[in-house]
Each structure stands twice: as structure tokens, then as C-alpha cells.
Write a protein that binds this ligand. Structure first.
Ligand code: F6P
Length: 341
């Protein structure tokens, strides 16, 4: 049997750990050949292949990024894209695909399954916003990086009696902001799920200054003020229709400075959150996902995604996994509000 593997969408620590597990178990337990596709769905559309052997995965467990490359290519937005995928699979005699990605990559995987191509999905995203799995790998690493940044920013904020606004990733879901904000003891956490009152934020900041502390505000890139809109970095959209967000942190720092008369600074963590080596938790989760994806392919169970439920890896329909984004529930956000101000 020959199987194809690809990584699509924004990269994320742990992708290489999945590839390694698929290759190791595919070759050692089943005697398969594993063909990597370059740059997400661009690989099968354009026939960009890279056979992966045991030697290729020797040292990649701890390495961030993806040895296959990634892109936000959408074959359904390319003329004849799906037919070109079929041709590539036939040409390389590939029987099934393991697609590692987030909502967009797995949305394509679902449509391809409906179109008769055998795909098993593996959920990845630092945003942790995929439905049907308790966690995605990459999230734990991103939260660690953001928490460490908050810890460091706190000491410099205190030295200068400044407010520090930390902008983290999270387009539609505030999981990174919520977890890093809680872990880092932030005084305000702002998430896309709950538009914020700027007056309220300023009150919390003031009360923090009154107690001689330097306020730390963690804001997800997709958070927006009540009655306002997301702050965009550019007007461009990617092949899945997503705009590039960024800038809410700077806007907020300026508002705080104007309204309180205190110095404020904004720090945008950006892609630092996605780079570098995965945490032990993410390495283990990614490895287990890869092993279970091989089992699904072996059993011919296509159109599914491997998912974490409690401590077990289960399979869920790709249709279920991509139906709805997993956002921060109001009661989880309310837990954090106790610490605001
Ligand atoms: O989807 C993951 C993510 O990291 C989002 O949190 C963020 O908005 C986006 O990717 C950034 O994407 P890009 O790599 O295109 O800048």
C-alpha cells in the first residue's frame, strides 16, 4: 500500500511528530510506502511529491514547523483542482491520504471524501478551535510561549509603571488568550467571543495602577470592542476567505494611554507562538494522533478525523469535526473574570 501525507494551513509545533509516527508505523507495522506531498493541498494538485523513508524522520520529533512545507491552497478554488488531485494519486498509485490540518484543510478533506477519495484527518492548530477534539497539538506549546512572554513583560512593565498589552493569536477563538492570561496572571483577558467595553477595560487598568501594580492585558487578535469590528492588518483574503488580523493590541494600548494618562505599550507575539520545538504534551499528542491515523487507514475507515476525548484517541466523522468551531464558552470566560482589575 502507498499512502500520501500532507500538512496544510498555518504551521504548528508537532506536525513533524505526526509525520514521524505515520512513517514509522506505516513502514514498520504494515510495510507501506509513504509519499509526502509538499505545501498542503498544493502538493497533490501540482504533483509535488517527496517520498519519506525511515531516515527522513530520524531527527524530526523535536523540530518545529513541517518538513513537508505548508500552504493555504484550496483545491476547490482552482480550476480542475480535484481532478488534478485524482491524477496525481493515480500516477503515484496512492491508495489513501493522511491530511494534517485545521478547519480549512480538514474541510477540503471532508469534501474530497464525499468525492470518493480516501482521506483520514489529523487535527492541528495552535488556536485549539477545532470541534470534536478536546485539544489540538500545538496549542500547549503556544500557551507556554505566550505565558513565558507575559512573565517577562510583567517585570519590565513593573519597572516602568506601564500598562502592557500582549496581543496573541486567535482569530475566532480566544483559547490562547484565556489559557496564557490565566497562567500568566493577566489583569484583563479579551477574547473574540465576547466584545469588550473599553470603559470597563480602562477601569480595570486604573484600579490596577491604584494598587501600585503594572497592569497586563492579554488580547486575542480577533477581539473587538462593543459595537466595533475586528482590527485588520491588511485587506487581503486567503484562499479560504480569511482576512489577516492584527493591530487590536496597539489600538488598545493607545486608548489606555489617552484615557488614563499612563504609559502603555503593545507587544504582538505573532508567529513566535507557532515556531520552535513542541512541548512534551504536544509531542505525545501528535505522536498518538499519527499512530491512530495509520490504524484508520489500515482499516479503510476514511472520512474520519482522529480526536482526543479525555485521555483516549477516538475517531469522529470529518463532517462532525468541521461543522462548528470550538469557541470559548461564556462560563469558561467567566472563571477568568474573577481575576480582572
Ligand atoms: O490558524 C492559525 C493562525 O495561527 C491564526 O491564529 C492566525 O490568525 C493565523 O494562523 C495567521 O496566519 P498566517 O500564517 O497566514 O499569518
Amino acid at each position: 500500500m502507498r499512502i500520501g501525507v500532507l500538512t496544510g494551513g498555518g504551521d504548528c509545533p508537532g506536525l513533524n511528530a505526526v509525520i514521524r509516527a505515520v512513517v514509522r508505523k506505516g513502514i514498520e507495522a504494515h510495510g507501506w510506502e509513504v509519499i509526502g506531498f509538499r505545501n498542503g493541498w498544493q502538493g497533490p494538485v501540482e504533483g509535488l511529491v517527496k517520498p519519506i523513508g525511515l531516515d527522513d524522520v530520524e531527527d524530526i520529533l523535536t523540530r518545529g514547523g513541517t518538513i513537508l512545507g505548508s500552504s493555504r491552497t484550496n483545491p476547490y478554488k482552482i480550476d480542475g483542482g480535484v481532478d488534478r488531485i485524482r491524477q496525481t494519486l493515480a500516477e503515484h498509485q496512492i491508495d489513501a491520504l493522511v491530511a494534517i490540518g485545521g478547519e480549512d484543510t480538514l474541510g477540503v478533506a471532508k469534501r474530497l471524501t464525499d468525492d470518493g477519495i480516501g482521506v483520514v484527518g489529523v487535527p492541528k492548530t495552535i488556536d485549539n478551535d477545532l470541534g470534536a477534539t478536546d485539544y489540538t497539538f500545538g496549542f500547549d506549546t503556544a500557551v507556554h510561549i505566550a505565558t513565558e512572554a507575559i512573565d517577562r513583560l510583567r517585570t519590565t512593565a513593573e519597572s516602568h509603571h506601564r500598562a502592557l498589552v500582549v496581543e496573541v493569536m486567535g482569530r475566532h477563538a480566544g483559547w490562547i488568550a484565556l489559557h496564557s492570561g490565566l497562567a500568566g496572571g493577566a489583569n484583563v483577558i479579551l477574547v473574540p467571543e465576547k466584545p469588550f467595553s473599553i470603559d470597563r477595560v480602562v477601569d480595570w487598568v486604573r484600579s490596577r495602577f491604584e494598587r501600585e501594580y503594572a497592569p497586563i492585558i492579554v488580547v486575542a487578535e480577533g477581539a473587538m470592542p462593543e459595537g466595533g469590528a475586528e482590527v485588520l492588518a491588511t485587506g487581503e483574503k486567503d484562499a479560504f476567505g480569511h482576512v489577516r488580523l492584527g493591530g487590536v493590541g496597539t489600538w488598545l494600548a493607545d486608548e489606555i494611554a489617552q484615557r488614563t494618562g499612563k504609559e502603555s505599550r503593545a507587544v504582538v507575539l505573532g508567529h513566535v507562538q507557532r515556531g520552535g520545538t513542541p512541548t512534551a504534551y504536544d509531542r505525545v499528542l501528535a505522536t498518538r494522533f499519527g499512530l491512530h491515523a495509520v490504524d484508520a487507514v489500515h482499516e479503510g475507515d476514511f472520512g474520519v478525523m482522529v480526536a482526543l476525548r479525555g485521555t483516549d484517541i477516538v475517531r469522529v466523522k470529518l463532517s462532525e469535526a468541521t461543522a462548528e468551531l470550538k469557541t470559548v464558552p461564556a462560563e469558561r470566560y467567566a472563571e477568568a473574570e474573577v481575576f480582572f482589575g
